[in-house]
Design a protein around this ligand. Structure first.
Ligand SMILES: Cc1cc2nc3c(=O)[nH]c(=O)nc-3n(C[C@H](O)[C@H](O)[C@H](O)COP(=O)(O)OP(=O)(O)OC[C@H]3O[C@@H](n4cnc5c(N)ncnc54)[C@H](O)[C@@H]3O)c2cc1C
Length: 473
């Protein structure tokens, strides 16, 4: 007689501990099969290059955790699952929910289809609060972060307490695809360079959390603003891929002693921003593609490929912008302060559409996340529901002086400027000729002239924005 089998479908929950779907199955089944489907047919947008690299390593790691029993499949999810149902005596299939619009759409129809064949269940494995649970009194979704978080989330029920069960993965003979069949790797040199700085996998995420809670979270509220400081967790890729649950982070934080309340609250509220991004993409599924404020649909963005390329390569001639863009290219990550500076520079000083920036980040970030990326770009561009106003334009020179006061971050990623005097490090174009000569440094040769004048481009952004306001009145 065939054994009754349950399938757990891994998606953005590439972990074994605190996995609600696995915990549920483990109570009822001795034989659980773990599968991963690389659904490159339905996915919209397609996975970015850095995401594929992270996924490749993560699946490799997860397969080892499952003693080589992870089944890899590729293509339309419905066809892949049908294939498994034909091969095993599957009684139940379950997964943890995802909130990207194309996945919500696919899962809805898939669930209907599968229900006629097997038991189907889904769980919340990646959010502290489900988006449909947090609503205003009138039943509509919040559009502003503070009431969403403080009234909607913090006054709601406590998030799920993390729990880990012993999971028995079934030793099967199914002919799984090999990891290399998924063809996730493309550019060996870049991929191994960005990966070399990370330890992918569930255990590393727990180690990083421990070390961050021991050292980095102290002074988080202030230190998180300085890109060179070790006061941020760098857990975003692990959170995005579900190698750690936000619930573990939330509850482990509660156990910490001798920390300032403010550091804890600010860190929790950053997890809250993550929740808000998923909330927005769930309630406003056009978040990734369209302005949430539709009056921006007539905004006169510039189609400037030359400046876009210089921005993406970190060759704008504005040191703090170039440092951020090079950090991204070299590490698959960028500090939040730098993300805010480089995105403001693109959409305001260069007047280039936020979607171009969003797409570049999507391709290069290990934590590229449909919800957080598009919500953040819309926040910076002023097109989101709760965004920084368009007329608030970062000055990258003063941002650099304030948040990289010793210039260590700029010097790390823009080594051409390592001998520059601090006074001119963030504005090399203002450096007097005699100093440049002593440094044997030629602007335009050793480092680019700025691609735009910061004051003029700021005024241009403001007048373009005013045109939009006049049109509306
Ligand atoms: C233009 C732009 C694009 C962004 N794109 C992404 C993206 O694709 N994926 C992504 O995870 N974050 C994105 N962010 C948000 C934020 O920059 C990163 O989450 C953060 O820098 C990750 O670093 P960390 O893990 O060290 O953060 P920590 O400061 O240690 O914060 C802990 C966790 O809280 C969450 N978080 C922190 N800040 C934010 C925020 N502002 N919005 C949403 N979640 C937050 C992240 O999951 C993060 O890992 C973007 C921000 C900007 C301005």
């Amino acid at each position: 007689m065939k054994k009754k089998i349950a399938i757990h479908w891994f998606r953005f929950d590439l972990r074994v501990s605190d996995n609600p779907s696995l915990n549920y199955l483990s109570k009822n089944y001795d034989n659980i099969i773990g599968i991963y489907i690389f659904d490159d047919i339905n996915s919209d947008p397609k996975l970015g290059s850095a995401s594929k690299v992270w996924l490749h390593s993560s699946l490799d790691y997860l397969n080892k955790q499952l003693d080589g029993n992870l089944i890899l499949l590729k293509g339309d999810a419905k066809g892949c699952i049908d294939q498994l149902i034909d091969s095993f005596d599957v009684e139940e299939i379950s997964w943890n929910r995802s909130y990207e619009p194309w996945i919500v759409k696919r899962d809805k129809s898939l669930k209907m289809y599968l229900k006629s064949k097997v038991n189907v269940n889904s769980f919340n494995g990646s959010l502290l609060w489900e988006p449909w649970e947090v609503l205003k009194n009138d039943g509509t979704p919040y559009k502003i972060f503070t009431p969403f978080y403080k009234r909607g989330c913090l006054l709601a029920r406590e998030p799920r307490v993390p729990k880990s069960e012993k999971i028995n993965f079934f030793k099967h003979n199914f002919c799984s695809l090999k990891l290399s069949d998924l063809k996730l790797l493309e550019n060996k040199k870049w991929e191994s360079k960005i990966l070399s700085q990370w330890d992918v996998g569930e255990n590393s995420s727990l180690e990083i959390m421990k070390s961050f809670y021991l050292n980095g979270v102290k002074d988080y509220s202030d230190g998180r603003n300085f890109p060179i400081k070790k006061n941020v967790s760098r857990l975003s890729p692990y959170l995005h891929w579900g190698q750690i649950s936000p619930n573990i982070l939330w509850y482990e934080l509660k156990r910490l002693k001798n920390l300032r309340e403010n550091d804890i609250e600010v860190f929790k509220s950053e997890l809250g921003w993550r929740e808000f991004a998923y909330y927005l993409i769930y309630h406003f599924p056009h978040l990734q593609k369209k302005n949430l404020k539709s009056n921006f649909d007539n905004f006169q963005w510039l189609d400037d490929q030359v400046n876009f390329t210089k921005w993406s390569k970190g060759l704008t001639g504005i040191p703090i912008v170039d440092a951020g863009m090079r950090e991204l290219w070299q590490t698959g990550y960028m500090h939040n302060r730098s993300r805010m500076i480089v995105s403001s520079f693109l959409v305001k000083n260069l007047l280039i559409h936020w979607r171009r920036g969003e797409e570049w980040f999507w391709d290069c970030l290990f934590d590229a996340d449909a919800a957080s990326n598009s919500a953040s770009w819309q926040w910076v561009a002023g097109t989101g529901t709760d965004s920084t106003p368009y007329f608030r334009i970062f000055n990258p020179v003063t941002q650099g002086q304030k948040f990289d006061p010793n210039g260590d971050y700029v010097k790390k990623y823009v080594p051409e400027l390592k001998n520059f005097p601090l006074k001119f490090l963030f504005c090399p174009w203002e450096c007097p000729a005699d100093i440049l000569k002593n440094l044997n440094f030629e602007l335009g040769k050793n480092y680019p002239y700025p691609i735009v004048d910061l004051k003029e481009s700021r005024n241009r952004a403001l007048s373009t924005y005013n045109l939009l306001r006049q049109e509306r009145n």
